[in-house]
Design a protein around this ligand. Structure first.
Ligand code: ADA
Ligand code: CA
Ligand code: CA
Length: 248
């Protein structure tokens, strides 16, 4: 082999080696990202808690922000005291938090009773961000009043015997990037509140072991399910009585 042939062979060996390293790196990235987004158990994706507060009377957050962040990436955990309810399927239990107007609840863990109630108002926006339910009570989030906007992002919900998000008013609700494990119905409109025109959008939900993702039962109700990963979910969308759900 001439000197110049040898140089070419080294050149090609280097190129092949480079391509192989690139392919290996890409494969590792794909495996890692799939672990983070789909395979990692929900429990492992939640922030740890550094402090626990038992709530005996609902906490009102009105035109304000309640941020449960603590140092070192930890958050505050809120547990329902017995005065709020026992977290069973009995109706009429009290919430741990009431969000009213332009209110935000963020970076918390919580459990029990009737979760979070939102009194929305036209022209205002309530947000629930990075809130993690260890054990959902009667339900987790209720849009109780008003025709405002509600954003529920990057939250997680475990162990709901029935509903997770309940919409009882004519609000526009966007639920994005959330995770749910063990539930009956993830989000539903009120079945006893008349023909109210609410809108529910569910984007990129990761759901495991549930019966239904979105259930709408009145002719003015509209829903959208965009993206998401559902494992062992019996019927993702149920639209009754002229309600419309679009799925992409
Ligand atoms: C049930 C009940 C509604 C409402 C809802 C809730 O769906 O029929 O009227 O109370 O629960 O907000 O928990
Ligand atoms: Ca209920
Ligand atoms: Ca409830």
């Amino acid at each position: 082999m001439t000197k110049s042939h040898k140089r070419w062979r080294w050149y090609w060996e280097d190129v092949v080696e480079g391509v192989l390293i690139l392919v290996a790196l890409l494969a590792a990235a794909v495996v890692l990202s799939s672990c983070v987004t789909t395979r990692m158990p929900l429990e492992a994706t939640k922030p740890g808690y550094g402090k626990t507060i038992t709530v005996h009377v609902p906490i009102l957050v009105e035109d304000a922000k309640l941020d449960g962040s603590l140092p070192n990436g930890k958050v505050t955990r809120f547990l329902a005291g017995p005065e709020l309810g026992d977290g069973s399927q009995r109706e009429g239990q009290k919430p741990l938090f009431i969000l009213r107007g332009n209110a935000t609840l963020q970076d918390v863990r919580l459990s029990g009773a009737d979760g979070v109630h939102i009194d929305s108002a036209s022209g205002k926006k309530a947000s629930v961000l990075r809130a993690h339910w260890d054990d959902v009570g009667e339900d987790a989030i209720t849009i109780a009043k008003g025709a405002g906007e509600v954003r529920i992002s990057d939250c997680s919900f475990q162990n709901a015997s029935d509903k997770v998000i309940q919409v009882n008013s004519s609000a526009g609700v966007v639920i994005a990037g959330c995770r749910a494990e063990e539930f009956g119905t993830f989000a539903r409109g009120c079945g006893t509140c008349g023909d109210i025109p609410y809108r529910i959008t569910i984007k990129n939900l990761t759901a495991r072991h549930g019966s239904c993702v979105l259930r709408l039962t009145n002719p003015k109700a509209r829903g959208w399910i965009k993206g998401g990963r559902f494992t062992d979910v019996k019927t993702p969308a149920v639209a009754l009585n002229g309600a419309k759900i679009s799925q992409k």
